[in-house]
Design a protein around this ligand. Structure first.
Ligand SMILES: [Zn+2]
Length: 475
């Protein structure tokens, strides 16, 4: 088994070496990773027990060395793993990929009467229909299936419990918790399972309460379900139900029970491509709360700060405005505050000084390059007037809107500002003074190419819809 992984690891290394020699943008690299590299492993991960932690770490290192050309990371890994609309690049997380491939098996097991079913049933004390409803955490699941000999199936169940375990937050979730093997319901720090009650179809927390939300007394409980149970046992079960749940059930006692299925299980029951769905959920769970450094820097710099949603909205705007990867990459770098300005290049010993090549007066930081420089202010002003002449709309974006993008039904405005930012970065690299005249040539080249592409793809109408206010232009 280890041999299998070592073999495909070597293959991955070779592929990365070959692609590493070519010039690829970040977007190109992501495509290579997801189509040629990870695919080497996917099959093995979905049929074999997981590779060692050391191997997973090694793969992660290979991936990020490739992404950043063997240099230090510029954006936090967690952020890079998020989807592009959340500010990331969908860089694969191999550990989570592994988990989601294992969890996807639960769907296959649930769907059929197969040998896996029979094998699992031998080692878990509850019916498989109930098994997937248990709210059991990883530690308790590990104890429950300790005797199971098949390592692969063990990992499937452990992955499942990690994905599915939750703290029930609303009354429906609380009332419908399966009480058995529930990691929130503990006696002597262990989960509970009473075979006799289970056999009498007593499964859910709400079955221990009456219609007023009060706990059933022992005689009433015995009467209602027609079974005998020891006084001490009964009260130890009751005392194990969390106090918060009891309060909620009492408070909402008039509520009408609705059949309730926790999200992970409903995903597995209803969705196709379940591995992808699970992967997305687990990535969100693991990294969704990561504060990107780029956000923090813009938040510090902008007078009045910046809201996280606005920063994230910037990604949505750019991806819905343009498909042109080089321009998108410029904006991606701006939002993440990693543009190679002269201040940065100087720090890396690539240029002799860090002064702005436009004004030669101030250090060329990213805010200087985009906003503060007098030459750039002039450029934005010229652009504004030119757009006004063309469209009849006097559009005056705020500083934050210039950086992030803006809510404007007219795609053309966002697109022009995105291209203008790319133009400014280009001027800085070429040490040329930004001018509206040169920018119009730049824009003209871009639009000529775009028009041809649109023509080829039968999308001329879309092209005209976006650009007809300024294109074709005479001056
Ligand atoms: Zn300057």
């Amino acid at each position: 088994m280890k041999l299998n992984y070592t073999k495909s690891l070597r293959k991955m290394e070779d592929i990365l070496k070959i692609w590493g020699r070519r010039y690829l943008t970040l977007y190109g690299k992501v495509t290579v990773l997801n189509t040629f590299v990870i695919s080497q492993l996917v099959y093995l991960l979905s049929v074999l027990p997981s590779p060692s932690k050391a191997m997973l770490t090694q793969i992660e290192k290979m991936i990020f060395d490739f992404v950043w050309c063997n240099k230090p990371d510029k954006v936090k890994r967690g952020v890079m793993k998020l989807s592009k609309y959340d500010g990331g690049m969908s860089i694969p997380d191999i550990g989570i990929k592994n988990d989601s491939l294992k969890i996807a098996w639960v769907q296959r097991i649930m769907k059929g009467n197969n040998s896996w079913n029979i094998m699992i049933q031998k080692y878990v004390p509850v019916n498989l229909d109930i098994l997937w409803h248990l709210n059991v955490n990883l530690a308790d699941m590990t104890i429950m299936i300790a005797r199971m000999p098949n390592q692969f199936m063990k990992e499937v169940l452990m992955g499942w419990s990690r994905y599915n375990f939750h703290n029930p937050t609303n009354i429906h979730k609380i009332r419908n918790q399966v009480i058995w093997f529930n990691s929130h319901v503990r006696v002597d720090n262990c989960t509970i399972f009473l075979r006799a009650l289970y056999a009498a179809n007593i499964m859910y927390v709400h079955q221990f309460f009456d219609e007023r939300g009060d706990i059933l007394s022992l005689p009433n409980f015995q009467l209602k379900y027609g079974i005998q149970i020891n006084f001490l046992t009964y009260y130890s079960v009751l005392s194990a139900i969390p106090q918060r749940w009891k309060v909620e059930i009492k408070e909402h006692h008039t509520i009408v029970d609705v059949p309730f299925i926790h999200m992970p299980l409903s995903n597995l029951e209803r969705k196709d491509h379940v591995c992808k769905v699970v992967y997305g959920d687990l990535i969100q769970q693991a990294y969704g709360g990561t504060i990107a450094t780029g956000f923090r820097k813009w938040n510090d710099w902008l007078p009045g700060g910046l809201q996280m949603e606005v920063w994230q909205y910037g990604f949505r705007i750019m991806y819905t405005t343009l498909q042109y990867t080089k321009t998108l990459l410029v904006q991606f770098k701006i939002l993440h505050f990693i543009t190679a300005t002269r201040a940065k290049l100087f720090l890396w010993d690539i240029v002799d000084d860090d002064l702005c090549s436009f004004c030669n007066e101030a250090i060329e930081t990213l805010p200087h390059l985009l906003i503060e420089c007098e030459a750039v202010k002039l450029f934005w002003n010229d652009l504004k007037h030119w757009l006004f002449l063309k469209s009849g709309i006097l559009f005056q974006p705020t500083v934050s809107e210039i950086i992030i993008g803006f809510q404007n039904p007219d795609l053309m405005f966002n697109a022009v500002y995105l291209l203008a930012k790319r133009y400014l970065c280009r001027c800085s690299t070429a040490q040329e003074f930004p001018s509206i005249r040169i920018f119009k040539i730049f824009l003209k080249d871009f639009l000529t190419v775009e028009e041809n592409i649109a023509l080829k793809n039968n999308k001329l109408n879309t092209f005209i819809n976006i650009w007809d206010t300024i294109w074709p232009y005479q001056d």
